[in-house]
Design a protein around this ligand. Sequence first.
Ligand SMILES: Cc1cc2nc3c(=O)[nH]c(=O)nc-3n(C[C@H](O)[C@H](O)[C@H](O)COP(=O)(O)O)c2cc1C
Length: 320
Amino acid sequence: MAELSHRALRELIEIFGDCDEYFTEMISASALIGGGPFEQWYRDPGPCPERLVYQLVGSHPEQLAQAVRLLDAGECAGIDLNMGCAAPAIVRTGAGVRWMASVDRAGALIKLLRPLTARRLSVKLRIGMEDDFEYLVQFCTRLEAEGVQRIALHPRTAREKFKRQARWEYVSRLRAALHIPVAGNGDITDAPELVRRSQEGYDAIMVGRLALRAPWVFAQARQLENPDVPRPKLPPSVDLEELALRFLELLARYQPQEFHQSRAHRFFAYFCDNFTWATYLKNRLRRETGLSAMASCLSAYCRDHPEERNRLLTLSPGLA
Ligand SMILES: Cc1cc2nc3c(=O)[nH]c(=O)nc-3n(C[C@H](O)[C@H](O)[C@H](O)COP(=O)(O)O)c2cc1C
């Protein structure tokens, strides 16, 4: 997720563990091959390169091809193509969900990229420009035929952005129509729901915004699924202030100074939902500019509301 799923977040989630795979934020193919000053940060595969999937965004096949070659040279679990982003600035350039407008254009892209890497090649997409399931199947069948090995579906149309509920039934229906695994994504709100969804038999589940609010959610879901297996990294409760301050330290260590403010603000837009006065706290934090000022602001809130600091992580299996 843009400005969110960088190394600092992965490090934060690894405190609790149990996330099977991480996807980077979308990396612009043209910026990557242009060797811009920030590319080393986008390419940082830590802390677990073997579980990291790089996601590329772009509209020019040749640039995407060069970017795939570059990423293939380092260690990673796979390379993913963004065919789902509906942000106007991305769609206007012919990238993101715009790829879904033409089966042939997308098919030709995969044909070009497939021989360039032996790693898992996947695509993340939405239902499409319109709510047309038959077209979605036709589109994905072509991707599969050209060598895509996995699809992650965020089952909303481009127009819907985040409106309506994600239509998870489309994930099962698409899976039934293809031979490759299909991951479902959208609107998972807590660990019990993540467990419920995984019990519905999807090949994989991708969690977006919740990972920011609850970096412990993966370990918590595993604990609910297998209450008898000890999870050494999952403490009985977490100190939210301590965790937020830890994130700011990780941000300082693993992101360039130019990114600190925007990325801290993005993170807090979700993490603050753990607190009763979330909107107030977000607004206060947005007014702060440096990381240490943000840390002081968060600590002041926790001093004023000490009862909100600790979040119980051990859930009863009955909840799943
Ligand atoms: C701020 C933000 C940035 C995002 N950036 C990306 C991105 O770079 N690549 C991508 O495939 N999806 C991106 N997404 C979409 C998410 O991956 C996911 O499909 C969507 O948030 C629904 O899942 P969720 O309900 O679990 O968050 C982004 C979403 C948000 C809110």
